[in-house]
Design a binder for this molecule. Structure first.
Ligand code: FAD
Length: 483
């Protein structure tokens, strides 16, 4: 009797505990992906539908998974509907003995999984749940009150104290399939934009799928990890792994990253410091996911309640200028345009643009989080709101609100030659380094020499930095909790 393996955010064949177990039983295996926008637990406000960029990624990733599954003799089926009824129906059609899946430690996904389990049980079919894509289960790291930890450093110390996670499992070499199962095609799902086709930049920049994820990890550890500790803050350098969307869709697992990186550190002890730093970034992903496990409405609710009274401004024009990269601050505009074009933004610049929206423009962090949700290929239900709340000051282990990033100094420090700004804001490309992060300080002759018509070819700042900073601090003073 066949076994169904239900894929979710784990679109890979290697280190896939559920698939590994199914394949090792020597029975036919059917891989299934369910497009489920109907289960009540996955509907707003409990969960959000995928944004535009992640839908594009998912389509490519499912095609890649289907191909690699076929290449080892397996079958991958796509179906639409509430997971519990879709899975129970398929199990009946092929008389599957059981359904296996990996846990997704998020309340809506666990609620759907519980429905699936119940539907199978009432049909007298088995189900088995395997470890998901975290280094450590959230339930394993609690404080005395049985709550997850809210401060990163002790959290990460606890994770490391638990020792190495299990070694990654190999991909099955061969699968036995079941023929003639009706399914849908990725194309039917219209996940990719047609008119207008805005995904050109995504295609140019990314190859979704497990093989590309593995290749990226290898390139990173071979060529880029040396110097990561400093380079990771430099948007003008190619100094990070760019693995985030692959991790988001589980095309590679944190266990694989952990063990491959540790192996590299053992072989090249000089890289150990950079590798530790890299793994601690993976620790932030873990921290955000654990937080999400405890706070399912992380994208809605201020973790620090006194922020509920914050006097946010409603300013549709400013929000639009920010979204389009037309704020007049080159580092902010470069980041927002990088995001629109390529579906990601450098981490340092994410912090700068987020701080600018929340503090200089006084716009609610939820508006920025939602824009990122729609435009990032790595948009993650944990990392996105957790980082937004971190920047806004309302979150766990958050940056203090009075820390207002200065977009000019941030640009000068982390993009000292203006290479990043020149790439994404080409209308400023001819300005000399000392003016590129503050074009409004240039003389008319300097502007004319660089072909910049301030206010026309490039906007003047929509808010003055100093005034914006003071206004933000004043707004915060109104809600600050005094102890
Ligand atoms: P690397 O430097 O190579 O890091 C390796 C991995 O560690 C990343 O792939 C990622 O999984 C993890 N990581 C690194 N930094 C963080 C962090 N601060 N928080 C959580 N995980 C981290 N990351 C997302 O994956 N999805 C998001 O939706 C997301 N939204 C963000 C929103 C804001 C406002 C900010 C400030 C950061 C956000 N990040 C998010 C975190 C970070 O910017 C990206 O993970 C990182 O830029 C991805 O690039 P990389 O893979 O080259 O990172």
């Amino acid at each position: 009797q066949p076994v169904i393996v239900w894929f979710r955010d784990d679109l890979r064949l290697s280190d896939h505990p559920a698939l590994h177990e199914a394949a090792s039983r020597g029975v036919p295996v059917v891989g299934l992906y369910v497009r489920d926008e109907q289960s009540p637990a996955l509907k707003p406000p409990a969960a959000r539908p995928l944004g535009g960029a992640t839908r594009w990624w998912l389509a490519q990733s499912l095609r890649a998974l289907g191909k690699s599954c076929e290449a080892i003799g397996g079958t991958m089926v796509l179906r639409t509907g509430p997971a519990a009824s879709v899975i129970a129906t398929l199990a009946r059609e092929i008389n599957a003995s059981a359904v296996f899946w990996n846990d997704v430690a998020q309340a809506p996904h666990q609620a759907v999984a519980a429905d699936v389990e119940a539907a199978l049980a009432s049909d007298e079919r088995g189900s088995q749940i395997f470890p998901g894509d975290l280094l450590v289960e959230p339930k394993a790291i609690r404080n005395k009150d049985n709550r997850g930890l809210r401060v990163f450093t002790p959290f990460w110390r606890r994770v490391q104290g638990l020792g190495d996670p299990p070694k990654p499992l190999p991909a099955p070499k061969k699968l036995t399939s079941v023929s003639d199962i009706a399914g849908e095609a990725v194309d039917d799902w219209a996940f990719e934009p047609v008119r207008p086709d805005w995904a050109g930049g995504l295609r140019e920049n990314w190859t979704p799928g497990e093989a590309a994820a593995q290749a990226r990890l290898k390139t990173f550890l071979d060529d880029r990890v040396r110097g990561y500790t400093d380079d990771r803050d430099r948007p003008d350098r190619d100094g990070t792994s760019r693995l985030s969307p692959h991790l988001r869709f589980g095309e590679i697992s944190p266990r694989q990253l952990w063990h491959t990186a540790r192996f590299t550190a053992a072989e090249h002890p000089r890289l150990a410091g950079d590798i530790d730093k890299f793994l601690s970034e993976l620790g932030w992903r873990e921290f955000c996911r654990h937080l999400l496990f405890d706070v399912p409405d992380l994208a809605e609710r201020n973790l620090q309640q006194h922020f509920d009274a914050f006097p946010w401004k409603r300013d549709a024009r400013a929000l639009k200028a920010w979204q389009r990269g037309l704020t007049g601050y080159p580092i902010v505009d470069a980041g927002m345009r990088e995001l629109w074009h390529s579906g990601v933004m450098h981490n340092r610049v994410r912090m700068v643009v987020a701080s600018f929206l929340v503090k200089h423009l006084l716009i609610d962090w939820r508006a920025g989080e939602q824009w990122f949700w729609d435009t990032l290929v790595d948009a993650d239900a944990g990392s996105n709101p957790a980082n937004w709340q971190w920047v806004a000051g309302s979150g766990a282990d958050a940056a203090p609100y009075f820390r207002v990033f200065n977009p000019i100094l941030q640009g000068e420090k982390f993009d000292p030659d203006g290479a990043y700004v020149r790439r994404w804001v080409p209308e400023l490309a001819q300005l000399p380094n000392e003016l590129i992060h503050q074009p409004w300080t240039a003389t008319p002759i300097e502007l004319a020499g660089a072909g910049v018509d301030l206010g026309k070819s490039y906007p003047r700042p929509i808010v003055d930095h100093k005034q914006g900073r003071e206004r933000a601090l004043a707004a915060h003073a109104r809600i600050r909790v005094r102890d």
